[in-house]
Ligand binder design. Structure first.
Ligand code: MEV
Length: 293
């Protein structure tokens, strides 16, 4: 039976601020994805993912939008770490919607798959901007603004290292914490938002010029903002420090924070390997991944 993919995602710039209308830049990851196959069944059966208290309502919300009822036996296969900021929830929703389209001959377009996956995502994250499902559906490197059409960025492959703390972060909680902070300190938050906007503008140019040094510096600046809004952790900071010590041009947490992963930009693939080895020696998971098309 045909498999249906939803990719993991990596936010390079702009997480959290994207919830408030600032553009963000992210990419889908080629080697990390979830597949789903559907089988007729008299009862709901979910295999391969273990957040069933969220997964079933999320999948049901997609079915309702398509006037379908179920139940199904849905078999997922995923190598995306869960609660790690890499979009595992969105990948589940995208792969399930793709599988439904195939199973029922619906011929859903990617645009429709993305809209439906966004509905499902709401069960994972409360109020998602839509960046995760968009990257998971379309792949590539995208500039995304909430509620607007996205732009594809044609960039050369980046030597990136992803390293995971192993701490599970709750996107819902982190987004709520940032909302609280924004309400308590609107002026300061406005200042940081302005800085984030400037980072995105500079990043756009740096990507066009494939200027790795500048991209790295901008990642560091973005990390400062993420630290200021309270979503970094000691372990994330430790991974960033190791990566920088081993020559990373820049490093930041990726996704919602409060745990999860960092992304570090290396000078080249060899330097990326040095960073990966150093992080692994400290007992953390680290890997190299290129963007999905
Ligand atoms: C989560 O991957 C990214 C956040 O910006 C939340 C969202 O955009 O939905 C933290």
């Amino acid at each position: 039976m045909k498999e249906h993919k939803g990719y993991a995602k990596l936010i390079l710039f702009g997480e959290h601020f994207v919830v408030y209308g600032i553009p963000a830049i992210g990419m889908a990851l080629k080697d990390l994805y979830t597949t789903c196959t559907l089988h007729p069944s008299d009862i709901w059966e979910i295999q391969g993912v273990n957040q069933s208290e969220v997964v079933i309502p999320a999948l049901q919300s997609i079915l309702v939008k398509l006037n379908l009822i179920g139940p199904y036996k849905a078999v997922f296969n995923s190598n995306i770490p869960v609660s790690a900021g890499l979009g595992s929830g969105a990948a589940i929703c995208v792969s399930f919607t793709r599988a439904l389209s195939y199973h029922h001959f619906l011929k859903l377009t990617d645009k429709r798959i993305n809209e439906l996956a966004h509905e499902g995502e709401k069960f994972f994250h409360g109020n998602p901007s839509g960046i995760d499902n968009t990257l998971s559906t379309f792949g590539g490197v995208l500039e995304f603004t909430k509620g607007k059409p996205f732009t594809s960025l044609e960039i050369e492959p980046l030597p990136l290292v992803i390293a995971c703390t192993g701490e599970k972060g709750s996107t819902k909680q982190m987004v709520a914490n940032v909302k609280n902070l924004k309400e308590k300190n609107p002026e300061k938050f406005q200042e940081w938002t302005k800085e984030m906007e400037e980072i995105i503008e500079s990043a756009r140019i740096a990507f066009e010029q494939h200027n790795l040094k500048t991209i790295g510096k901008l990642m560091d600046k973005n990390q400062e903002l993420l630290y200021n809004i309270g979503v970094s952790t000691l372990e994330l900071e430790l991974l960033i420090e190791i990566a920088k010590d081993k020559g990373a041009l820049g490093a930041k947490l990726t996704g919602a924070g409060g745990g999860g992963c960092i992304v570090a930009l290396a000078k080249d693939k060899e330097s990326a390997n040095t960073i990966i080895q150093a992080i692994k020696q400290k007992g953390f998971q680290a890997f190299y991944s290129e963007q999905a098309l």
